[in-house]
Design a protein around this ligand. Sequence first.
Ligand code: ADP
Ligand code: MG
Length: 363
Amino acid sequence: MARVLLQNIWKRYPGDVVAVKNFNLDIQDKEFVVFVGPSGCGKTTTLRMVAGLEDITEGDLYIGDRRVNDVAPKDRDIAMVFQNYALYPHMTVYQNMAFGLKLRKFPKAEIDRRVREAARILDIEHLLDRKPKALSGGQRQRVALGRAIVREPQVFLMDEPLSNLDAKLRVQMRAEIRKLHQRIQTTTIYVTHDQTEAMTMGDRIVVMRDGVIQQVATPQEVYNHPVNMFVAGFIGSPAMNFLRGELVEEGGSIYFRAPEISIRLPEGRYPALRQAGVIRKPVVLGIRPEDLHEDEVFQATYPEGTITGRVEVVEHMGSELYLHFTKGGQPIVARVSARFDPRPGSEVKLTMDMNKLHIFDAE
Ligand code: ADP
Ligand code: MG
């Protein structure tokens, strides 16, 4: 097990592509860290640099106490699981899992012990004599994990390992990988473009954009206190509503104003907003769909946060509804209980949870 430390890491590809820019991250021993961000933001490049499959242009990489910039991949004591896990078709599951150890000239008895132990952890003992073509997608993915586990590495590196599985299996495997980590506690870096995977799996998540880290924090922290509009819009589903407007000070209070919208902000926010000097500046008010409420208790508590609108579309999601409406030309989505079932075209009253408002600099 090991700490992984990335210090001022840069990656430039030929042709002036700067894929990773000044990446700094201290991953604790036993931690499960998820890199998340849209396609092309530099997740795979960063992971491949940790693996040693890609040269580091600038900066220092440590695994444990060792600087490994110039250490060959096979000597870094890491194991990787990819999206396109190629199992050898002519080998059985047992042989597939044993192969890497055999190459490294492990004694037969040790190989056998490790393969059987990994098979037990992954619940694939009954499949050891099968060939890959006789396995389901989920079983193959488990074998791919097994090949990594038998190595007993210091660090697991996983690059979108679930993206070839169907949605239902993905949800199941996501929990299995977490369970696996709870059992063997190997430091893990997990890459995904899927914010749900990141939120559900990571001890901490690293949100990336254009090769730059935007925020490193626990899922709760990233959800509750996103540092900018990019993170706010990327994490959460449906995405956070963004309303463009400005802050106006009037009679000692601070209001957010946009066409057809005027909301007096909670007094607790005034000092920070004054200090930031954002009064009379264009800002973006962020409110998550789940922080817009239809019930009367909220309306009584936060009359200043209540807005009305004409419902355009109702999306039925089982126990919940997504209501789409427009206010002063700006689209808003509310995620409410299915008990509240307004007809399209009808007028609804929705109340913002005033403790869950976000104010961003307009981008
Ligand atoms: P992600 O995994 O987040 O989708 P990547 O790390 O694959 O992103 O890519 C980051 C950026 O680096 C992208 O702009 C991509 O086009 C570029 N890139 C990746 N690999 C190479 C390469 N071998 N040569 C040149 N550019 C590359
Ligand atoms: Mg990638």
